[in-house]
Structures are given as C-alpha cells and as structure tokens.
Design a protein around this ligand. Structure first.
Ligand SMILES: Cc1ncc(CN)c(N)n1
Length: 225
C-alpha cells in the first residue's frame, strides 16, 4: 500500500526480538510503578542512577547530531536531534528538581556497575567508526524503551501513585511519542539504504541496548550488580 511502510526494519526487529523488548519495557520495576507497589527506595535509586546516565547520554546525542550534520541525506534530521538535545536539557533540570523533592543527593550518588557498563557502551557508540545509521538507530532504541515503559504506567487500568505520575508523563507523553516516531522514521530510512554489514551491526546494538536497559531496571530494584 502506497505510503505504508510494512517492512520497516525496526518494526521487524521488535517482532523478532519481542521477548527481550518486552523484558525491557515491562520490567517488574515499571510494573511496580504501574500497579502502585513500587518500593520508593527503588524509585530513588533509579532517580540517582538515571541522572548519571542522562549526563553521559548528552555527549552521545551530541555525537549523533554531529554525524547527522556530516552524513545525513536529509537536513531535517538535525532539527529532530536538536529537539532531542533541548528535551535533554529540560530533563537534566527535571532530575535536579525531582532529586531535591525526594531528598536524593545527586552529588554523592555512586554509579553502579550496570550503569557504568551502559555508559561505556554509549562511549563506544560515540566513536567515529560507528556511522550515523548505527548511531541514530541506537538513539531511537534508547529513547523508545523509556517511552514504551513509562507510557504503560499511564494507560487505562494503571494505578500509578500520584507522586510518580509526573515522572511517567516525562517520557510517556504524546509529544515524546511523536519524537520517538520521528527518530524511528529516520532510522528506518537510513537502514533501508545501508549495507548488510551496517544493518547487522545496528541490530546487534539494539540487542545490547535492550540488555543494558533490563540491567538498569534490575539495578534500580536493588538486584546484585
Ligand atoms: C537508562 C535510560 N534509558 C533511556 C533513557 C531515556 N533518555 C534514560 N533516561 N535512561
């Protein structure tokens, strides 16, 4: 059907790796927020650790912007990524506010191993050997896990506690959903034109991202790291 992209590569991947995707987006930590059973100390641990992650995410997104500017076949990509950087700027301020609300001392949070591993992976993705197609696909995947996870906490039937709703809105709102769709369209467009080697690498990166996301949620729940 004209205008309908039935074979978008990212959609095929999410079906192929459904179990892992569901593991990353329907993790017990998220389900605990959604049904109200979440342990607030877990939430606070997640908050402190995610602040560290987001700070490491900023240079990664800046590297994606640079690659888009140099390599993209569509100038509009830079605008979408710039919007992401602007949202990240708000996100950093939000973390600081939220941390003071919950009495989490961000300066004394020590990054846990799962966080360090994920940040190291981001650094690998920043390397010049990783091309724009791989970088934008990874960017889409990382944002989408949060979008899908937190949107689930706001869907009908959820019993998310009032004091956690704003957190869920941050990534679960429709605007963030639109932004993730824009990233997905860019990723699909690039993947369709990419070599088999780049497509294969991007798929491996997606799997690694989903694994890191699961580990990140595990860490928040206080699992051994
Ligand atoms: C671990 C993690 N993954 C994704 C996001 C979304 N920016 C985040 N803040 N933290």
């Amino acid at each position: 059907m004209e205008g309908t992209d039935r074979t978008a590569i990212t959609v095929t991947w999410l079906k192929k790796h459904r179990l892992l995707y569901v593991g990353a987006t329907r993790h017990p930590f998220i389900l605990g927020i959604r049904d109200g059973s979440v342990d607030i100390s877990s939430f606070k641990r997640w908050l402190g650790q995610d602040y560290i992650f987001v700070r490491a995410f900023v240079p990664f997104v800046a590297s994606v912007l640079l690659k888009a500017w140099k390599e993209s076949d569509d100038k509009a990509d830079v605008d979408v990524i710039l919007g992401g950087i602007s949202a990240l700027n708000d996100e950093v301020s939000w973390f600081k506010n939220e941390a003071s609300k919950w009495a989490v001392a961000l300066d004394s949070v020590v990054p846990q191993q799962a966080n360090l591993n994920y940040c190291r992976f981001l650094e690998r993705l920043m390397s010049p050997e990783v091309d724009y197609t791989q970088a934008i696909t990874a960017f889409w995947a990382i944002e989408t896990v949060y979008r899908e996870s937190f949107a689930h906490c706001l869907e009908e039937g959820s019993r998310t506690p009032q004091e956690l709703k704003e957190t869920c809105q941050r990534w679960g709102n429709d605007g963030f959903g639109q932004y993730c769709s824009s990233l997905q369209s860019i990723a699909n467009r690039r993947l369709e034109k990419a070599s088999d080697e780049v497509v294969a690498k991007a798929e491996v990166n997606l799997l690694e991202i989903l694994e890191h996301e699961v580990e990140f949620w595990n860490m928040s729940r206080g699992a051994a790291v």
